[in-house]
Design a protein around this ligand. Structure first.
Ligand SMILES: N[C@@H](CCC(=O)N[C@@H](CS)C(=O)NCC(=O)O)C(=O)O
Length: 254
């Protein structure tokens, strides 16, 4: 039995988990849904948020636990968490990006998508079952209202998110300024994977056909912001990690 990854298809925390499973070559199926609809499927796995990985030994309900799980089968040189101080630093940076970057990029992207119902539908319906996409279209207004409430949106959310995203991009740009290829040590770790996947909603990568959330689907103001952030050192680093490290999907058909 392959593993089952329950996702909100557009979610960047889900992309973080997917990337780790793909990189470890694990066999899994993706059970992908639109926001809010996901609750019916996470509840069955004993959780609320996505990603949720159903394994023969129970469910993992946090992306970091899924990365640790994927790492177990890898030889030391390929692990996302190297042994010793390097692994500890990678985990610390992962936690920093999980707490600070993920909520900000999500808020920034949704602050542009929610007022534009067609763009919102294009993005949240990508790769979800057809019936679900139709239901989301019919229910988009109450759905957007519920999501705004759930995410604690106010008039100041976009400005707050924009400032935080730019501060974190500057922080990563400063780390990379000495020419290093990875955030910590000489190898790709959980820190790099987490920054790239959680930054993805605000970085233009339409030059990569695998990008799920496409700038061409975004409202023009978000498209402009994504193109601008791509040109920063942190944005270029995200694109490089996707190009050099993302690899192919190891998911199997359901
Ligand atoms: N700490 C969690 C955060 C995951 C998270 O925020 N997931 C969002 C999608 S971007 C979600 O499922 N939100 C809907 C909900 O909680 O019902 C992780 O790393 O897995």
């Amino acid at each position: 039995m392959p593993l089952r990854l329950v996702t909100i298809t557009v979610s960047h925390y889900c992309e973080k988990a997917r990337w780790a499973l793909d990189r470890a070559g694990m066999r899994y199926t993706e059970d992908g849904h639109a926001p809010l609809v996901h609750r019916a499927f996470t509840a069955m796995g004993g959780g609320t948020s996505t990603p949720l990985l159903v394994t023969p030994h129970g469910s993992l309900t946090d992306s970091t636990d899924i990365l640790r799980f994927a790492d177990r089968g890898l030889e030391e040189a390929r692990r996302l968490y190297p042994e010793g101080a390097l692994g500890a630093e990678a985990a610390e940076l992962e936690d920093h990006f999980d707490r600070k970057l993920g909520p900000a990029t999500r808020a920034l992207a949704y602050s542009y998508l929610m007022p534009d119902a067609e763009a919102f539908l294009r993005v949240v319906s990508r790769d979800v079952p057809r019936l679900e996409a139709a239901a989301v279209r019919a229910l988009r207004r109450p759905m957007i209202a519920l999501m705004k409430k759930g995410l604690g949106f106010t008039d100041g959310t976009r400005a707050w998110a924009d400032e935080r995203v730019r501060a974190l991009f500057a922080e990563v740009g400063a780390r990379l300024a000495d020419g290093r290829r990875y955030l910590t040590g000489e190898r790709f770790t959980a820190a790099d994977l987490t920054f790239a996947s959680l930054a993805d909603p605000v970085v233009d990568r339409d030059d990569d056909p695998r990008a799920r959330f496409r700038t061409e689907d975004a409202p023009s103001a978000l498209a402009a912001e994504r193109r601008e952030l791509r040109k920063t050192p942190a944005g270029e680093y995200v694109a490089r990690l996707y190009r050099d490290e993302r690899g192919l999907s190891s998911a199997v058909a359901r």
